[in-house]
Write a protein that binds this ligand. Structure first.
Ligand SMILES: NC(=O)c1ccc[n+]([C@@H]2O[C@H](COP(=O)([O-])OP(=O)(O)OC[C@H]3O[C@@H](n4cnc5c(N)ncnc54)[C@H](OP(=O)(O)O)[C@@H]3O)[C@@H](O)[C@H]2O)c1
Length: 369
């Protein structure tokens, strides 16, 4: 088996930790014996739990001696929630380590690779690095910018509408698509909606069935004009609720605070800036957030160049109506050549709906708004 084949296996294993390990990175490990036969595998399964290589070495035992460790990220060399993995690698007796990428985490940052080399282990870095960076793009973004990875999600008709002219939107996508959205909700740190969606849909914004993590439910409302009673408040014990508003309207949300919602007035401007919201969520070490709409909120994220990934469900229905909403509002761009272009496109037909996922093209995410 080639190095690339084994690294692809390690990357696939790493992905099993999605939603369970953040704000830590997803990591996968494969160990071979001296003849190149796989003798152990593992992945980082949950935040605070043993790292991928520890699981792989436990499976391999003495057979790792003289073998190779394939790892999607440089091993840690510091005492965190678990002991340094470099110790486990040196104890294992592997002769070579192939790491997809160095870990930019300040307490590691090449130190793990250095320790292994000093211990006589051959270390090759950079195999499948692009795939490893894509896998952990949210972790890397949070480290580099202090802001979470932003996934914009919507369900729309073939003619590009997220609701009818009366605001009705239940349900545009089919049940299988909606199950997939619930799976995603159970793997992110926060789900964001705008004030109008709270009125129009009275959403719960919980993952049903629950996933590996419970997302905070976030409402953006500069005016603070939110309903005194809604499902978000009724279910405050199931998942936290955060409201971003302005200092002059914070007072209108006393009833929300009393119910246990966290009301945050972020700036003296008329609208809290998307950058401030993202920094506040990043301070909580939120790694992935999901923007569920509507058009107003999605537009303010697009105008701020803050969307890292889009997941759109396109249903084979026609809604029509000039005033019926399209997915993304805001200012938008004047010229197509200035339009935000995404790459890394995946499509899938889900029981007749078309799912499209696309990601930010350029490596260094930025936010201006
Ligand atoms: N099909 C789908 O996937 C889907 C998903 C969600 C919603 N929807 C539909 O979309 C419709 C609602 O969309 P919409 O565009 O009218 O409204 P919306 O985006 O839900 O809410 C707009 C409001 O959000 C607040 N807001 C937006 N950006 C903000 C920012 N940067 N800071 C603070 N507050 C901010 C503002 O509240 P203030 O006025 O208080 O300042 C604004 O008026 C509904 O019909 C709903 O059913 C469809």
């Amino acid at each position: 088996m080639s190095d690339t084949f084994l690294m692809h296996r390690a990357l696939a294993l790493a992905g099993r930790g999605r939603g369970a390990v953040e704000p830590n990175p997803m990591v996968g490990a494969v160990v071979t014996d001296a003849t190149g036969t796989v003798v152990g595998e593992g992945w980082h399964e949950r935040f605070g739990g043993p790292h991928a290589e520890v699981h792989a070495f436990a499976a391999a035992g003495d057979r790792a001696r003289g073998g190779t460790l394939y790892l999607t990220l440089e091993p840690c060399c510091h005492q965190g929630k678990t002991p340094p993995c470099t110790d486990a690698v040196l104890r294992s007796g592997v002769r070579r380590v192939v790491a997809a990428m160095a870990d930019p985490f300040p307490k590691v940052a090449g130190g793990g690779i250095g320790l292994l080399r000093a211990g006589g282990v051959t270390v090759d870095v950079g195999l499948c690095e692009a795939e490893a960076r894509t896998l952990n793009a949210p972790y890397l973004k949070l480290l580099a910018t202090g802001m979470p990875w932003v996934i914009a999600k919507w369900a729309m008709s073939l003619d590009g509408k997220i609701a009818t002219r009366t605001g009705d939107s239940k349900w545009i996508s089919n049940e299988t698509s909606r199950r997939r959205v619930h799976d995603l909700r159970g793997r992110v740190d926060a789900i964001v909606v705008g004030r109008v969606t709270v009125f129009a849909d009275d959403p719960l914004l919980t993952a049903r069935p629950p996933g590996p993590r419970v997302a905070a439910r976030v409402v953006m409302s500069a005016s603070g004009d939110l309903p005194a009673k809604c499902k978000l408040l009724d279910t405050i014990d199931e998942a936290p609720v955060i409201v971003y508003t302005t200092p002059e309207n914070e007072g209108k949300l006393r009833a929300w605070s009393k119910c246990g919602a966290e009301v945050i007035a972020l700036s003296r401007e008329t609208t809290p800036s998307v950058r401030d919201v993202l920094h506040d969520l990043g301070r909580r070490r939120f790694t992935n957030i999901l923007i569920e709409g509507g058009a107003g909120v999605l537009g303010s994220f697009l105008d701020a160049d803050a969307i890292d990934e889009v997941q759109a469900y396109v249903a084979p229905v026609l809604i029509g109506g000039v005033v019926a909403r399209s997915p993304v509002g805001g200012e938008g761009v004047e010229w197509v050549q200035n339009a935000k272009r995404f790459g890394d496109v995946t499509t899938e037909v889900i029981d007749g709906d078309v799912w499209v996922r696309a990601k930010r093209n350029e490596p260094g995410p930025s936010v201006n708004g």
